[in-house]
Design a protein around this ligand. Sequence first.
Ligand code: NAD
Length: 403
Amino acid sequence: MNTKVVTIGLGYIGLPTSALIANNQIHVHGVDISQHVVDTINAGKIHIVEPDLDKAVAEAVQEGYLKADTKPVEADTYLVVVPTPFKGDHQPDISYVKAATTGILPLLKEGDLYIIESTSPVGTTEKMMDYIFAERPELQGKIYLAYCPERVLPGNVMYELVHNDRVIGGVNEDSTQKALSFYRRFVKGELHPTNARTAEMCKLTENASRDSQIAFANELSLICDKANINVWDLIRLANKHPRVNILQPGCGVGGHCIAVDPYFLTADFPMESRMIAQARETNNYKSFWCAEKVKSARLEFELKQGREPSIAIMGLAFKPNIDDLRESPAIHIAERVLQDSGDADMYIVEPNVREHKVFKLTNYKDAVEKADIVVFLVAHNEFKTLEFNNSQVILDFCGVTNK
Ligand SMILES: NC(=O)c1ccc[n+]([C@@H]2O[C@H](COP(=O)([O-])OP(=O)(O)OC[C@H]3O[C@@H](n4cnc5c(N)ncnc54)[C@H](O)[C@@H]3O)[C@@H](O)[C@H]2O)c1
């Protein structure tokens, strides 16, 4: 088979990208270290939840354009889409990117294109270039290297992969042009050329910007709580200003991008990224604060009523109407409240998840019917029409009951 593209990492981003390229009649050899992932894909099935991905993968595999494997093969374009987590001390961990690069080192040849899509600290593409040329000096000036970040929204990945604008930065002009012509084959959004460092920084900037804007809203929510002002009304009114657009506060910030990527900046530029670091702290503090509020409400109830209240924790996902619990602040809050709950009845609710390894889940209507204190952490659609009785204490940290 005439393989053209090797993708390394077949997760939430790598698999949809591989399927899309393959659906454009380009041969893709997808690589993953997980045998389970490889076997699932080769059976024409998928191991992650993403609308329309099943069809795309089934078609790509059936028509012979997509094959998964645990080892790479020779190709002319290599896409690195492996995880880039941070270590315990919030230092970025690019060992997966390096491992993926090590795997293809012996396969690289003149004219090849090497692209990193994984969210990466500034300078990672140049670091990998230096690594490649140190191991294969004869390739110097003969291969193309670029960085192209991904900004798709989980749940709408198959559409956004094609229609979103992309920022593409090579280590030199030839690399940028080569990468542009690659993406032009399957992306309909506009392609924006730049250099590798700017493209790396661009991805980090986008997520740090979201994090900082949410931190501003969360900070307002703390001030408003003390000042006895409804923060949702306040923001709605402030946003009537033609040049003000404040986001909504919540119980913290979660997910594997916005709550993670700003650390790639604070780790490398600690003196210059004070506001970005403070935004991270503010958003983390908001979760702690929410848990403390629940505990106070419980104590107050106990003092007044002479018995322990039952508590409903409404929502575990990191944002509304999804089943993704990664880095979810609601989970941290639920854990903190549970740790301290003694024998009190706790109802944990997440309508988008059937079962959870740690929490016993309760139907959202039953939980609200039975609980003395109802704590809203995530503004899921199901929660918007719930009714309460006068004796119930409602703690709404996500504005879902604000009519
Ligand atoms: N998921 C998103 O919404 C999103 C959006 C934009 C950017 N990103 C970035 O894209 C990158 C990938 O994220 P993801 O969500 O697809 O991750 P993921 O965890 O879903 O998938 C990564 C895959 O890579 C595999 N892997 C790990 N090391 C490997 C290696 N050395 N060789 C081959 N395979 C290996 C893992 O088994 C896994 O299947 C990350 O840098 C992430 O920050 C993700």
